[in-house]
Design a protein around this ligand. Sequence first.
Ligand code: ADP
Ligand code: MG
Length: 611
Amino acid sequence: MGKITILPDTLCNQIAAGEVVERPAAAAKELMENSVDAGSRKISLSLIQGGRKEIRIIDNGCGMSGEDALLAIERHATSKVRTVEDLGRVRTLGFRGEALPSIAAVSRFELVTRESDAISGTRIHIEGGIMRGVRETGCPPGTLITVRDLFFNVPARRKFLRTVDTELSYISDQFLRLALAHPAIHFQMMHGERTLNDWPQVKSLEARVGQVLGMELTSKLRPVFSEVPSISIRGLVSPPEHQRAGSQMIFAFVNGRPVRDRILNHGILTAYDSLIPKGRFPVVVLFIDMAPELVDVNVHPTKREVRFRQPGEVIETVRRAIREAIQRPAAPPGISPRTTPSALPRVLTNARPSAHLWGREDQSGLQPASEATIPQPVPPTTALPIQMSTTSTAAAPSSHKSSLTPFDLLDQESLSGVDELRFSRCRPIGQFMNTYIILEDRDGLILIDQHAAHERILFNEISARTRREAGQRLMQSVVFELMPREAAVLRQWLPQLGEMGFEIESFGGDSFVVQAVPVALSRMAPDLILRDLVEKLPEDETSPRIDLCTRLAQSAACHDAIRAGQKLHPEALRHLLEALDAACTASTCPHGRPVWIKLTGREIARLFQRT
Ligand code: ADP
Ligand code: MG
């Protein structure tokens, strides 16, 4: 008796389901894609409990005959490809014939469908891959699929489902990607009784992007258009001065298929090289179309990745097209908002009008010569890491390497004199590389990282003060809208933000209204900071606990802090040093990379072997 047997279909489908339907969002995506493939003009998605309880999709597409409907739920049953040649030129979103049987294998599944010229429709009911009933039924033309209790029969997978909000945000993400790709289809999304999105058919991509991302953001985007013999590219991209803390707003489509492809994303980001800081991201909606032979979509079970025949050419075309779009002057060239920080931190200004305190940012040097003519909205030293939670390497005092660096000579003594050290009393020697402040102390030389210092000041303000004080009410409350995923994240963190002095309330849909902010942030635009913050926060509460305060300081600092590469007016310098003095005595400094280092005269002498 041999050891090998062929697995029964039900088991095969459950195994396949592991790849195709990893979570409710994947099931919703497959079903919506089928509706698009069926030529629907309207697709409605309704969910109960973030899709964990129920996912229902109604379309008005071509529907299926009873015979086809029974076939459709068989493994490898598809109407979309017949031969291997077909596989090389698929124009539909689906083609693997796996989705329906996989989903039906791990849920309570119901399919109701009717072709428009048929007198009656068909209803099929399957539970955990087992057929429970087929019958004729009256129904409108099109297809209705209900998926209940996903993974009810696979407890191991059910355990891995996240909270309702998190699963919902994943589904939203799939929903809006598909909606972006199909402006001619009316997309509706409901959660329980609530209509989350309702985007009627529109005529242009711009109009659809406006529906999905909001008109305010969309009006800032620049059109991209490029045709080379084998590739056509169109879309909308943000100008460099408009940035995000995360890459969630990069939407790429290859032949109408939403993809999240590393190589492609890299190509998109290279277009922004030297224009936006590392770790910041543009908003991009980009459609790349090419002959189906030039791209293999069959490399990933959920078709999220693609393989280009000529990746180099695609990347370069994408880069050039975006670059061209963002360099095209949109508004009269002038100083962009980032170069004239309007909301200066109080600690630095003592509430005086402040713009004059800031030297013009020095933009020479790092700008690529060939691009010197385009407006350069961002300080060029973009690679500044602003993480405060990483362990410092420079401050490790006892590591003695074979070749001595100044850091190796730092000893505990030089770092411990915080008590006596008053930065504002030291003699300022100047700024080095517009990034480090050099001071002379009684017995040594002090180097301060100006960005880190300012971030630390903000951090201390936020953590030391806001935990005690109530927030400061805004003169005018600020309303802002987030993407579904970000809104879900923000909702989860609302209680903690409340403790820090924020007063934020849901304002319908994915909008929020801010009434009060922590005192330390009262001069900054709260919506910008919160947007930035949610992009950095983990998606759900199962992630390791994070220090919200640190993240908030980083976000605030991102929008507000003195940057590396920025020339400081003497008066701004003095304010910074005073604030740093206050910050360092107000609380223990947070762990992180060093804000300042000191070289004592003795250490310098040792470096010169004077001892
Ligand atoms: P694939 O999409 O890869 O072909 P699926 O398992 O998703 O495989 O679907 C199997 C077949 O069922 C499709 O090829 C299509 O013919 C049919 N089908 C699925 N959903 C619909 C729908 N909403 N409307 C019409 N036909 C559908
Ligand atoms: Mg399909």
